[in-house]
Write a protein that binds this ligand. Structure first.
Ligand SMILES: *[C@@H]1O[C@H](CO)[C@@H](O)[C@H](O)[C@H]1NC(C)=O
Ligand SMILES: *[C@@H]1O[C@H](CO)[C@@H](O)[C@H](O)[C@H]1NC(C)=O
Ligand SMILES: *[C@@H]1O[C@H](CO)[C@@H](O)[C@H](O)[C@H]1NC(C)=O
Ligand SMILES: *[C@@H]1O[C@H](CO)[C@@H](O)[C@H](O)[C@H]1NC(C)=O
Ligand SMILES: CC(=O)N[C@H]1CO[C@H](CO)[C@@H](O)[C@@H]1O
Ligand SMILES: [Zn+2]
Length: 446
């Protein structure tokens, strides 16, 4: 059965809006500069910035293109990227093992390869969402910046592994020549994106980065991750005066590294929705189960939401509505970090969660509205996993559409979806809810 052409644009007649040509002339061409203060409050500068960009959105595509347009002009998403991150080579072998058994003629690429990110990049550059994207270049992190999350000992270990020409740090996690520079770029690019938002230069920033980060713990690498990009950004927000930061991680795997980094903190609410995969050995001792709640002052501020296989769009939206929204409302963060992996999609080789573009779009809308209510709209999005080279890009597109709160989809889903076992996931989510309400001090009586 032929699939829809990749460039095919969903045309919904109810979504065709003809813009009036009236719009305000930009009053300033200044982008963010030193004038932007490092504060945790929405900044005037942002309004000028978005007004400038609005002009472009009035007529985003050549006149021979047909597209569904948003009724109101929207603020852009500021995407931070650097092509040096493509230089992290993860090799080939049996799945992610790096092993050649000798009897296979065709060895596949490691799932965390640069192709996946090339497609994410190109769908944002050349796809129908491109008019809503504003591009920024990332820069490498400096070693002292890494010490806000990682120990000096661990960083020294990585530097030495790089100096010695590379090392497998744990199963599937290869630091090869070029990897360390890419990892520094991923961390630095995420920090730049967070700084952009903190400085009031934009509201929604997306760090399109690899190698991923959410499994990297303060003292060890894990699950294709070396440096915890999101964790470093959270720490930057705290160091810049944000009192409370919420992390919502929808990668299909438990964001154990980020959880571990803030396990004893009540300033960071880490929430992770993931497949109930359990622990996977010495590099990932955490099970991601509901009873891993944080410790000391941080008790109750790590919420794990392990979801059954095949949870799907409606199950995820139910979990967001029943568990994530009420927790964020109670916590009242000043900043939200949305940690995204498209490996929770229906077609991912590393996951079994069956989300489709529709589900990602809806989750994006929910996260956007949480940011609108609590953080003055400020949101940092950080890229993690997502290993189906085609569908991950489409799902990223849908996520960002949700975050932009576009009224109509700009792309239809090119592949069909699996049926979901909604009744089962609802039961599981209800039991997690009961458990959290009985156990988490800040949620009691919610
Ligand atoms: C994970 O679960 C196993 C089996 O139930 C248990 O032995 C182990 O202590 C758990 N790990 C953590 C970090 O809770
Ligand atoms: C999910 O899949 C895993 C691996 O295929 C299996 O071990 C587990 O029992 C499944 N869980 C549920 C709830 O179906
Ligand atoms: C999203 O768009 C809808 C419809 O245009 C609007 O009612 C809603 O307030 C918007 N939400 C946010 C968070 O901007
Ligand atoms: C991505 O999903 C499609 C559709 O199921 C499948 O044909 C393709 O093999 C998948 N690719 C990867 C890398 O998993
Ligand atoms: C909560 C939890 O499982 N923490 C573990 C995270 O990983 C580190 C390093 O292996 C362990 O020391 C923690 O106990
Ligand atoms: Zn993942």
């Amino acid at each position: 059965m032929p699939l829809l052409a990749s460039h095919e644009i969903l045309l919904l007649s109810s979504c065709l809006i003809i813009h009036s040509s009236s719009h305000r002339t930009p009053t300033s061409v200044a982008y963010c500069s030193v004038e932007c203060s490092l504060s945790c409050h929405p900044h005037q500068r942002h309004r000028e910035h978005s007004r400038k960009n609005r002009r472009r959105f009035q007529n985003p595509l050549p006149s021979n293109s047909i597209m569904a347009t948003s009724p109101t002009p929207v603020d852009p998403i500021d995407v931070f990227w650097h092509e040096g991150m493509l230089k992290h080579e993860t090799g080939t072998g049996v799945f992610d093992s790096g092993m050649d058994p000798g009897f296979l003629d065709v060895l596949e690429k490691h799932p965390e390869n640069s192709d996946r990110v090339k497609n994410m990049l190109s769908i944002l550059k050349r796809g129908p969402i491109s008019p809503y994207i504003s591009w920024h270049s990332g820069t490498p992190a400096l070693v002292p910046q890494l010490l806000s999350f990682h120990t000096q000992e661990y960083i020294n270990e990585l530097i030495e592994a790089d100096r010695n020409g590379g090392k497998m740090l744990c199963t599937g996690t290869f630091l090869n020549p070029g990897s360390w520079d890419a990892a520094l770029l991923a961390a630095g690019t995420t920090l730049s994106a967070m700084k952009h938002v903190l400085d009031g230069c934009g509201k929604i920033a997306y760090a399109l980065v690899r190698p991923p980060g959410h499994h990297a713990q303060p003292t060890q690498a894990d699950g294709y991750c070396f440096l915890n990009n999101a964790g470093l950004a959270v720490q930057l927000a705290l160091d810049s005066g944000c009192q409370k930061v919420a992390v919502v991680d929808i990668d299909v795997h438990y964001g154990n590294g980020t959880a571990e980094g803030f396990y004893r903190s009540n300033k960071v609410l880490t929430i992770s929705l993931h497949m109930n995969h359990g622990t996977w050995g010495p590099s990932h001792p955490q099970n991601g189960s509901v009873d891993e709640l944080g410790e000391g002052e941080g008790f109750g501020y790590n919420m794990n939401i392990p979801l059954p296989n095949g949870t799907g769009d409606r199950g995820y939206v139910y979990a967001m509505t029943e568990l994530v929204i009420p927790a964020i409302e109670k916590f009242e963060p000043n900043m939200i970090v949305w940690v995204v992996g498209q490996d929770s999609s229906a077609f991912d080789p590393n996951g079994r969660q069956c989300l489709t573009m529709n589900g990602y779009r809806e989750i994006g809308q929910i996260v956007r509205s949480l940011a609108s209510r609590h953080t003055g709209g400020r949101l940092l999005i950080v890229q993690e996993g997502g290993y189906n080279v085609t569908y991950s890009a489409y799902c990223l597109h849908a996520m960002l559409e949700g975050a932009l709160n576009l009224s109509c989809p700009l792309l239809s889903d090119p592949i069909a979806y699996y049926p979901e076992d909604e009744a089962f996931s609802v039961k599981v989510i209800e039991s997690i809810k009961q458990y959290q309400q009985d156990t988490l001090p800040f949620l009691k009586g919610a």
